[in-house]
Design a protein around this ligand. Sequence first.
Ligand SMILES: *Cc1c(COP(=O)(O)O)cnc(C)c1O
Ligand SMILES: [Zn+2]
Length: 373
Amino acid sequence: MKYPLHCARCGRDYDDDGRRLRCDCGGMLDLRFEPSFKPNMADGRSHDLWRYREALPVGNDVVTMGEGWTPLLPVTLDGRQLLVKQEQLFPTGSYKDRGAAVLMTRLHELGVKHVVEDSSGNAGCAVAAYAARAGIACDIYVPEDTSPAKTAQIEAYGAALHRVPGTREDTARAALEAAATCVYASHVYSPWFLQGTKTFAYEVAEQLGWTAPDTLVLPTGNGTLLLGAYMGFVELARSGIVNHVPRIVAVQAAACAPLAAAFAAGLDEPVAVHTNATVAEGIAIAAPARGSQVLAAVRASGGSFVTVSEQEIIASLRDCCLGGWFIEPTSAAVIAGARRCARTAAPGETIVTAFTGHGLKAAAKIAELMKSL
Ligand SMILES: *Cc1c(COP(=O)(O)O)cnc(C)c1O
Ligand SMILES: [Zn+2]
């Protein structure tokens, strides 16, 4: 099956050979694909993300570990109920498996033998795991200070790990150079990754009886979950399966908030901002490549941005842990944003958010943070 890559900025289409990263105009590429999924098609199928296969532009030979269909559970914080998708329960411990399963399925179909990826940790874990499942060799680039559990996990899957000194952007540059001679399985550039993360929307809609929640509170570093969830709800609304696209509240750490700053200033592109260190390592992205798409999605949904302080992130981490939920600090940032949003929500408003990553990814760091309280 062939679906062209499409540049939303200039309208140009390209054949997809797995290698093209951007449009010649510099724009990011999306996939031109219209799903034919209808709710009754999922009846009787296994409870994983492949139950929406008519919404996924790949064939039947899928690279899978039974991922998806994470529970959507009520969690009460500050006396308000949030519905929290348990994305920490994925095979590699974060929602990145949604994107990696679909992207690696596609690259496997294309006969790709070797990929490179860069990440602050979790996308590297997911790509390394699914590359191992598919028998594809894999080089993963991470910043030097990435949590040891994540680097151990990447190496355990048999990937070659490269630690890059400097900023997250230096890591991205190193991966981009390495990708000159093989395929860049990028969770940021590849539109196939977003085809996978969009299953978040399909699952939430089905779990709510094929309706859309009022509000989605999602993390925003590069926005890979946010953009996928938005695309999924747009598709579901367009095919009449749900009757609206939820309002999207995008959460950034105040220490690294280029998109929140752009949104507040009414701009269409991320702004260059001064950044500080944050415990939310997974969303510390100073120059998000799909930033303009994130801004457009949040605006089109009637949503907004919230920024959360380090104290709020750590307090949310503590409160989640004391409630029995072991999540990583990045994931606690999202919950800090969701709490803010819940405090001002209308009575009866349905707010869906996510535990994006498992606490075991950063157990030592969590122990340290809990001692600091
Ligand atoms: C990747 C990740 C995020 C946010 O992802 P972006 O695509 O950068 O917005 C949030 N939480 C965890 C645990 C992650 O691994
Ligand atoms: Zn273009």
